[in-house]
Design a protein around this ligand. Structure first.
Ligand SMILES: [Zn+2]
Length: 446
């Protein structure tokens, strides 16, 4: 039995034409069905567990529209930059500072090393920072690549952003240089880098051998040790791939707990198929948000539960999830988020406009009652000491599932708030920017 959930538009994976698409429920899961007149019909798994899909769609909120729009001739998504169709203001801006990378990952959203010509100098980078300010910023910045730490002048890029008023700058990195070169890490810290957004796919070498083409676990560990030494915050960012590392979700949580407070959170990214990947994906190659949440509950033996997580505040609430936990003295995580409260924006990128202290105060005031109730049940009278502990010993667990040419829902794309700044003064939604056809053709040239 098939049930229609809604109509939207998508793209043909072969020719990238805009084509009609339907979201349907079948056998309890949600699929996207679409057809191209030239290339045939496609059916792609979007979300396992249709009832959770419906629950999560409840109360979707729309962030404000972008403050500055550029003209689009062909329309969304072909030359969105941002286009007048775009519904969401920027929450985080990704800035590519290089296309070079020093490892060859079998999986790479940026197709690094394939277009090595682009390396903006400091003047061009200043121009990109200005573009972001003109678009309504400063917004939180993620310096990305390629591999940004390949640049010796990355600390100067951070310092320049800070001078131009950007108060949150994070580095998206595999961390190998941070493991080998602590002096460089120290320079990043002194330049004002706020967070290492650290690719961390698991806790054993076999995982890295598959995802990154090398046995990297020891280096990953050393990078975290160095960040603790230098006192720079870390977000662990695992790319989850079925049968490769989805069995290590619980181990990653335990690893993160050992490194609180220098590790602030884990941001899971179920694999999406753009950029470099070896073959066209089947449903068995997909891990959807409910799969991640259920794996978290099962592999932590209920320390973290599906019901602890809330949708990220987006136009479409199916992009991601957030949970916010306090690491208690007994070594267990206590959730301060709850699906029944439908509270979103939990240390998410949209919240990074606030300082951590501001955010934390607002966050606790919103959730105080809920946490108090939970605490009273377990440890009566411990509210004050909990509050103190929660200031430092917290762990956010979140995730975002990027869209690819197979799963892309153009209505959902209009609500995307993660934008890539380009040297030609545009802001392009992340999932449009990196979108590639089955033949490797990119929607945006970068
Ligand atoms: Zn086609």
């Amino acid at each position: 039995m098939k049930e229609l959930l809604g109509e939207t538009e998508s793209l043909c994976p072969e020719c990238l034409a805009r084509i009609p698409a339907s979201k349907v429920i079948e056998n309890g899961d949600v699929y996207l069905e679409k057809g191209c007149p030239d290339h045939g019909n496609y059916r792609v798994l979007l979300w396992r567990d249709a009832s959770l899909y419906r629950d999560w769609g409840y109360g979707e909120e729309t962030p404000g529209p972008p403050r500055r729009l550029s003209v689009a001739d062909q329309g969304c998504p072909y030359d969105c930059g941002l286009c007048p169709n775009h519904k969401a203001e920027t929450c985080t801006v990704l800035m590519e500072v290089t296309h070079r990378c020093d490892i060859e990952c079998p999986v790479c959203f940026a197709s690094a090393n394939e277009s090595a010509d682009h390396e903006p100098d400091l003047t061009a980078i200043e121009g990109m920072y200005q573009t972001i300010r003109q678009a309504g910023g400063p917004y939180p910045i993620q310096l990305s690549g390629g591999e940004p730490t390949i640049r010796d002048d990355l600390p100067d890029i951070v310092a320049l952003g800070k001078k131009m008023g950007f108060d949150h700058i994070q580095i998206n990195t595999h961390g190998l240089r941070l493991a080998r070169d602590r002096e460089y890490l120290q320079r990043l810290k002194e330049a004002g880098a706020d967070l290492i957004y650290f690719q961390f796919d698991g806790v054993s070498d076999d995982v890295y051998h598959y995802t990154r083409g090398a046995k990297l676990y020891d280096l990953k560990l050393r990078a975290v040790e160095n960040c603790a030494e230098v006192e720079i915050a870390v977000m662990l960012v695992p790319t989850l791939i079925p049968a490769i590392n989805d069995h290590q979700v619980g181990d990653i949580v335990q690893f993160a707990k050992r490194w609180v407070p220098i590790v602030k959170g884990i941001h899971f990214q179920p694999v999406s198929y753009f950029g470099r990947y070896p073959k066209s994906p089947g449903d068995e190659d997909r891990i959807t948000i409910p799969d991640v949440l259920k794996a978290l509950e099962a592999q932590t033996e209920g320390e973290v539960k599906v019901k602890d997580f809330v949708p990220r505040r987006r136009r479409d609430s199916h992009c991601g999830f957030s949970g916010f936990f306090v690491l208690m003295e007994d070594g267990k995580l206590l959730s301060t988020t709850s699906f029944e409260l439908r509270q979103s924006c939990v240390m998410g990128s949209g919240c990074l406009k606030e300082s951590p202290a501001q955010h934390f105060r607002r966050f606790i005031s919103q959730r105080g009652r809920f946490v108090e109730r939970e605490l009273e049940r377990t440890e009566p009278g411990s509210w004050l000491s909990f509050f103190e502990r929660a200031e430092t010993h917290y762990l956010s667990i979140s995730g975002m599932h990027f869209q690819d040419v197979w799963t892309v829902d153009l209505k959902r794309l209009e609500g995307c708030c993660i934008h890539v700044v380009t040297p030609n003064k545009r802001l392009v939604p992340f999932c449009a920017f990196y979108l590639t056809s089955v033949n490797g053709e990119r929607l945006h040239s970068g």
